[in-house]
Design a protein. Structure first.
Lengths: 240, 153
């Protein structure tokens, strides 16, 4: 693990892994969406609206997975103090927020025809909205910490603290009566028929690859920013 | 102990404390954060008449009737161990509102124990089955829905 923490080695790995993940992710998720939106049969109760499943579920998974990435990177940063871990956490925040918003939007659009309402304040919907706010707060905090020269440990602690929301989102439909359905997929069991389940899994894999590619690309951009800034500073020092 | 290990222990301990605190808070919210009353909760601990509450459960098979005016529906919502609450609703029900399926009714408990609903929300269960397979799967799906719908063991 420490091998990859070396920025040089990371950059040479990311140089080919980033386009591979982006292209693989785009192709896989496009195929999964075509499959889910045009090929699968309608659901017995929901009919055609079931197709939004193939966007809603991967978005929910990556919204939560993005925060897990922030929390684990923050943990690694706090314990091993490696700056690349802090960069990874910052890089995961924006795509995480984007997928959380996609999850909330598709869920709302899905809720209108199936439940009969755009929004309810039940445990699942509320905790997912809280996740979106946590992302926004984390992004603002990380940016402010960098701009004001504060310790990067502050956003790292916030990233770790915010992880408490993830098990709450996951368990919300089990702990509390909610309008949102209980989990369809539990360990070793699925209440989703194979005709829906297989394209759904392909969509989850495709969007996850895409997510990984975006995180790597953003990490490279952040590293390039830092290098450019260091070079400018050096030039300014030489000029004096 | 190296400083790095000290930090690891500290962070892990803090994490455990945090998760513990979160779980305790969520547990304390168990009843307050629920979106609706189950029928047995409503019978055991009835809300004030006229107080706006929600009732959720399964629409009892064979209980759904449309009144002569064509827009008033009456049905019963069932919960665990035979608990059932009769409901009256005037208006347009969502498409997924059918007998044997989940429902959340918003309204208040009227005199005589009938729940007067102002709004109905359909609660979809976690089963996804293609229409072609419906005939074959219907029996199993209905069984699964009953087994797994949360709050209704």
């Amino acid at each position: 693990m420490h091998g990859f923490a070396n920025p040089k080695r990371f950059l040479s790995l990311a140089a080919w892994l980033t386009p591979a993940l982006l292209i693989g992710g785009l192709l896989t998720s496009a195929a999964a969406l075509y499959w889910g939106l045009f090929q699968v049969p309608p659901d017995r109760l929901m009919g055609e609206t079931v197709r939004i499943l193939f966007l809603h579920v991967p978005a929910a998974w990556l919204g939560m997975g993005g925060w897990m990435a922030i929390a684990l990177s923050s943990l690694a940063f706090l314990v091993w103090r490696h700056p690349l871990a802090a960069l990874a956490a910052r890089a995961a925040a924006l795509p995480g927020l984007a997928f959380t918003i996609i999850c909330l939007a598709t869920g709302s659009i899905w809720g209108r025809p199936t439940w009969g309402t755009w929004w309810v304040w039940d445990g699942r919907l509320t905790s997912m909205l809280v996740l979106a706010f946590l992302y926004a707060a984390y992004i603002a905090l990380a940016q402010a910490a960098q701009r004001e020269g504060l310790s990067p440990r502050i956003p790292a602690l916030f990233g770790l603290l915010g992880a408490i929301n993830i098990p709450i989102i996951n368990r919300s439909v089990v702990w509390w009566n909610s309008l949102h359905q209980p989990p369809s997929i539990t360990v070793g069991k699925s209440a989703i028929d194979a005709e829906f389940l297989i394209p759904l899994l392909v969509a989850v894999i495709g969007f996850s690859l895409l997510f990984g590619g975006v995180v790597l690309a953003r990490m490279r951009a952040l590293l390039a920013d830092i290098q450019a800034e260091a070079r400018l500073r050096r030039r300014a020092m030489e000029a004096v | 102990m190296k400083p790095k290990h000290q930090r690891l222990v500290l962070v892990v301990l803090a994490l455990f404390a945090l998760i513990g605190a979160g779980l305790l808070a969520a547990y304390a919210l168990r009843n307050q954060a629920s979106y609706f009353y189950l029928p047995e909760q409503m019978l055991e601990n009835p809300p004030e008449p006229g107080q706006a509450v929600r009732l959720g459960g399964m629409v009892e098979e064979g209980s759904l009737q449309t009144a002569a005016d064509g827009v008033t529906l009456t049905f019963a919502v069932t919960g665990n161990d035979g608990a059932r609450v009769p409901v009256r609703f005037s208006g347009i029900a969502p498409d997924l509102f059918v007998e044997g399926s989940g429902v959340v009714a918003e309204g208040r408990l009227g005199p005589g124990g009938t729940f007067i609903a102002d709004n109905l929300l359909a609660k979809h269960d976690e089963n996804y089955v293609p229409r072609e397979l419906q005939e074959m799967e219907q029996h199993r799906a209905a069984e699964m829905a009953e087994e797994t719908t949360v709050g209704l063991e």
